[in-house]
Design a binder for this molecule. Structure first.
Ligand code: SF4
Length: 303
């Protein structure tokens, strides 16, 4: 079906079904263009919980749809491709976390929202890349923090807090495709550009950046910055999001290779099919969802 026809079909089915389409900032341009709301994973999940629509088409990866389902137990959350997973979230499993907790009795578990529902259920308090430092600092002095799954976000926080942190050794393969020497080369070509990188990059990349921010933080930073050109060190889909929001500025990806293959699994065809069939629905077992919700709510109350 030609793209324009597909876009019309999606709009018609969305109205028929009383659905809303949410898309993560890393989604492909054509998906961002049909979304009702763009954002980071937590922003979208919180929006889903307050939306009047009962059917949520979540264009992102599995843990994001799970988080939306945890916060909206009364709604149908649909992930157009259920195989869109997150390798970093899969690097931390609940059984291993339980074992590590036993090794450090009394430690507080802080888990990045990029984690499975089962891991969140074994967590004391969740965090995002934007509030990770504030969440860790909310842990009483003297208590150890078990932090996962991202070792680079963890290391970035550990460098700024007095809390003792035990870091899980997970990482995002996509953010590891950004290299400091390529940023140095881009700086030479774009003199005066501001380099913004995500805390999921490795420390060598963070060291050459001007600012380290989550995707929501990047949008807020550009809004206030007098700079005209920005080198963007995160998943390259963010460049389209920024360019659309700030058409008078220039955004350059720090690496054209930083494309998350899972984020790119969502297509217009799959969205149309999901609206037609109202599937696949992402569900979380109520006992797991209740415990995971508590960890997410603690974060929302803390920051
Ligand atoms: S960009 Fe990285 S953290 Fe985000 S979904 Fe892809 S693999 Fe996971």
């Amino acid at each position: 079906m030609p793209r324009q026809e597909l876009v019309h079909t999606i709009a018609r089915l969305k109205a028929d079904r009383g659905a809303i389409i949410l898309a993560h900032n890393y989604q492909p341009p054509e998906i961002q263009d049909v979304a009702d709301r763009l954002g980071d994973s937590l922003d979208l999940s919180r929006f889903a919980a307050t939306a009047t629509e009962k059917t949520i088409i979540f264009c992102g990866v599995h843990f994001m749809a799970e988080t939306a389902a945890i916060l909206s137990p009364d709604k149908k959350v649909i992930l157009p491709d259920p195989k869109a997973g997150c390798p970093m979230a899969d690097m931390m499993c609940a059984e291993d976390l339980v074992s590590v907790k036993k090794l450090h009795p009394g430690a507080v578990v802080v888990t990045y929202v990029n984690s499975t529902a089962e891991v969140k259920a074994e967590t004391d308090i969740c965090c995002t890349s934007a509030n990770a430092l504030a969440v860790v600092n909310s842990v009483p002095e003297g208590k150890k923090v078990i932090f996962g799954p991202d070792r680079y976000l963890g290391a970035w926080v550990a460098g700024q807090t007095t809390r003792e942190m035990i870091l899980w050794q997970g990482y995002c393969p996509t953010h590891q495709k950004i290299y400091p020497d390529e940023i140095d080369e881009l700086r030479k070509v774009h003199a005066g550009a501001v380099v913004m990188v995500h805390p999921e990059v490795n420390p060598g990349v963070a060291a050459v950046a001007d600012v380290v921010l989550g995707t929501g933080g990047m949008l807020a930073y550009v809004e206030k910055s007098p700079a005209r050109t920005f080198i963007v060190g995160t998943e390259a889909g963010m460049v389209y999001r920024l360019q659309k929001r700030f058409p008078d500025r220039t955004f350059i990806p720090a690496s054209e290779r930083a494309l998350c293959p899972n984020m790119k699994k969502i297509s217009l065809e799959k969205i149309a099919k999901s609206l037609e069939t109202l599937a696949p629905v992402i569900t979380v077992e109520p006992r797991v969802a209740d415990r995971a919700r508590t960890a997410i709510r603690r974060m929302i109350e803390t920051t």
